[in-house]
Design a protein around this ligand. Structure first.
Ligand SMILES: Cc1cc2nc3c(=O)[nH]c(=O)nc-3n(C[C@H](O)[C@H](O)[C@H](O)COP(=O)(O)OP(=O)(O)OC[C@H]3O[C@@H](n4cnc5c(N)ncnc54)[C@H](O)[C@@H]3O)c2cc1C
Length: 376
């Protein structure tokens, strides 16, 4: 499409920011509309696997992030109570060679900042919550809760699991609470009184699990994230949570896990949401990416990775094809089989529990994948 095409992106999360940076690099006129007034450093870590690193490399953000994040030598799966190692996936230099880039764990805010830093200054309009969209021929009219309006030639919905733009593409559709909650905490590792934890370990319990890892090379901060059965009645995206609640959900786990939970000065709780699979990602000049069209449970640690890959492939399709219909058709054909597989494996919660070859996930290269129908 012509570089003068005006592209509006709704949501400047990980997927939207990546799409913006990719499209600006390709010369497009991009505006990002974000409902938040600013981005805060909320307590969450994230796995940045080799497939994501390849997109960051293209955006010239790989080096910055790999100097902050920790490069675990393995991803280790352990039995919840005995601590028996179920599977150890080599990462480090062996993984880098095999998958084509490194694998790091990092603070989510640092990943977001590295991507946002690739956008031209002033690209994001904060405090803009999309309230509606209508189309008139080839122009889309956007309206926001603050009463402002904007026009665009193409609109990308990167507005997450509760996407507003999704309504305009598939009709009313809400996210689903899966019956599980995630507890999260980040705190100074010095509080553990000298107890060292291994890099990047997932402890698998019968109906719950917990991941524990460092999020920076200095190992100054440690992160825990769980999944356990729970209820959710709040309208906010997360809540503070009593330590006793988490300790009770993980009682009987290995002493190392109990110590990491008991030491956490403050914990938060998040509902685990997904959406029913949808088979239509675009309508006219409107298109969806990331959680907006395929939110999945976080059990493969790949939801953001899939959003970032979507952004890269969509930007390439918009650059390569002359009209949105062709660009969106190829984008969906390339991406849907991969994310559907991700959704299925994530909801099974089986990824890397037992010896697994994850090359199909980490070896993927969104910057070079052919823009034709996917090879079977
Ligand atoms: C506990 C937990 C742990 C996770 N761990 C990992 C992990 O290790 N690795 C991984 O790859 N994934 C992980 N994920 C998944 C990951 O967080 C999501 O899949 C990812 O954030 C999706 O990116 P996105 O850009 O599609 O949406 P989001 O990151 O949700 O961004 C959407 C953006 O749109 C904005 N927005 C929403 N509505 C509007 C509107 N109406 N108007 C304007 N702006 C709007 C929001 O404010 C937000 O900034 C985890 C998820 C959870 C819950």
């Amino acid at each position: 499409m012509k570089p003068s095409t005006r592209i509006a992106i709704i949501g400047a999360g990980l997927g939207g920011a990546t799409a913006g940076a990719m499209l600006q690099l390709a010369g497009f006129d991009v505006r990002l509309y974000e409902q938040a007034r600013s981005f805060e450093r909320i307590g969450a870590g994230i796995h940045v696997s080799a497939n994501v690193m390849k997109v960051l490399r293209h955006l010239n953000a790989e080096l910055q992030l790999s100097q902050i994040g920790i490069h675990p030598d393995t991803f280790t799966s352990r039995e919840w109570d005995s601590g028996k190692v179920l599977f150890e996936l080599p990462l480090g230099s062996e993984g880098e060679q095999k998958y084509g880039a490194s694998y790091i764990t990092v603070h989510r805010h640092d990943l977001h900042a590295a991507i946002l830093g690739r956008l031209e200054e002033g690209t994001i309009e904060f405090g803009k919550q999309l309230s509606g969209v209508s189309t008139n021929g080839s122009i889309a009219h956007l309206s926001f809760h603050d009463g402002s309006v904007a026009d665009a030639d193409v609109v990308i919905g990167a507005d997450g699991v509760n996407s507003k733009l999704r309504e305009a593409v598939v009709g009313p559709s809400s996210s689903r609470f899966t019956g599980a909650v995630a507890h999260r905490a980040i705190y100074p590792s010095a509080l553990l009184g000298g107890m060292e934890v291994r890099n990047c370990t997932k402890w698998w319990g019968p109906n719950s699990h917990i991941l524990i890892y460092y999020i920076e090379q200095s190992r100054n901060e440690i992160y825990l994230v769980t999944s356990a059965k729970g209820e959710w009645h709040s309208r906010s995206p997360w809540e503070f949570c009593a330590r006793e609640e988490v300790a009770s959900a993980f009682s009987g786990f290995h002493p190392e896990v109990c110590k990491v939970i008991e030491t956490a000065p403050q914990l938060t709780k998040w509902p685990i949401l997904d959406i029913a699979p949808i088979d239509k990602w675009s309508e006219g000049n409107l298109v969806l990416l990331g959680d907006a069209c395929h939110a999945m449970t976080p059990y493969m640690a790949s939801g953001a990775a899939m959003a970032i890959e979507d952004a890269a492939v969509l930007a390439r399709c918009l650059s390569q094809f002359d009209d949105c219909a062709a660009a969106f058709e190829f984008y969906q054909a390339i991406r849907m089989p991969r994310v559907s597989k991700g959704q299925r494996i994530s909801s099974e919660n089986s990824f890397l529990r037992q010896p697994t070859d994850p090359t199909w996930v980490f070896g993927y290269d969104a910057i070079n994948v052919p823009l034709g129908p996917p090879q079977q």
